[in-house]
Design a protein around this ligand. Structure first.
Ligand SMILES: N[C@@H](CCC(=O)N[C@@H](CS)C(=O)NCC(=O)O)C(=O)O
Length: 219
């Protein structure tokens, strides 16, 4: 029996960020296993106070609470949910540790390389140094994407069966794709399309979008 669970998310973000906020990863995992949760919606336009930073020290979303258990970091929450259900994290040790390795790879070896490109494009595009910064970060990001593409090759999913690793990796690639940076990576593009074609992904995306207000709350 699952305990009632709470997931933190934002009540409003600008249009460009909708569908990219990292609570999507957790919502997706929940949808894959029919795990109910309640979303607690925070004001992204104001600093989060101590009542939240004692739950998520950086004031970010997502964070997860379940009975007396609380945690933060999307990767940790995915791992926790994976431990509750084989459909997210297979029990066979080799497959399981491959999935965990790829989960870390998504968050540690791919996201930090593509993240600066996303930041430059989304948050600093009007700065005079934006194009130089983009050009500086791009080769390292492309090297990682090439290596990832080679590793995926003909595989359907990273660790064999679909797992939390694919949720993490697909959400990282979704940000890359939104900047048209997957155009030269047909294997990665096909992998992302496959992941986003899952009904659980569509439900999770809709759940995130449904929770957003149209406008930020008036101050
Ligand atoms: N490593 C964290 C990153 C979380 C994160 O960057 N959250 C963003 C939304 S996608 C956020 O809350 N940004 C607001 C802020 O940093 O104040 C995780 O994966 O959970």
């Amino acid at each position: 029996m699952n305990l009632p669970a709470t997931l933190s998310a934002f009540e409003w973000v600008p249009d460009f960020a909708r569908g990219h906020v990292r609570d999507l990863r957790v919502r997706w995992a929940c949808e894959e296993i029919d795990r109910p949760y309640d979303a607690v919606l925070l004001d992204a336009t104001r600093p989060r106070g101590p009542d939240y930073t004692c739950w998520q020290p950086f004031g970010q979303v997502p964070a997860w609470r379940e009975g007396t258990l609380s945690m933060f970091e999307s990767g940790a929450i995915l791992l926790h949910l994976g431990e509750t259900d084989e459909r997210l994290l297979p029990s066979d040790p080799q497959t399981r540790w491959q999935a965990i390795s790829w989960l870390f790879a998504a968050l540690n070896s791919v996201e930090p390389y593509v993240g600066p490109l996303v930041d430059v494009r989304l948050f600093h595009a009007d700065r005079p140094w934006a194009e130089d910064a983009f050009a500086t970060f791009r080769p390292a990001a492309e090297q990682r994407l090439t290596q990832l593409s080679d590793a995926i090759g003909e595989r359907e999913w990273l660790a064999g069966p679909f797992s939390i690793a694919d949720i993490a990796m697909a959400t990282v690639l979704k940000d890359v794709s939104s900047m048209n940076l997957l155009d030269g990576f047909p294997t990665l593009d096909a992998y992302l399309q496959r992941a986003c074609a899952r009904p659980a992904y569509a439900r999770a995306l809709q759940a995130q979008l449904d929770d957003f207000r149209d406008q930020p709350k008036a101050t």
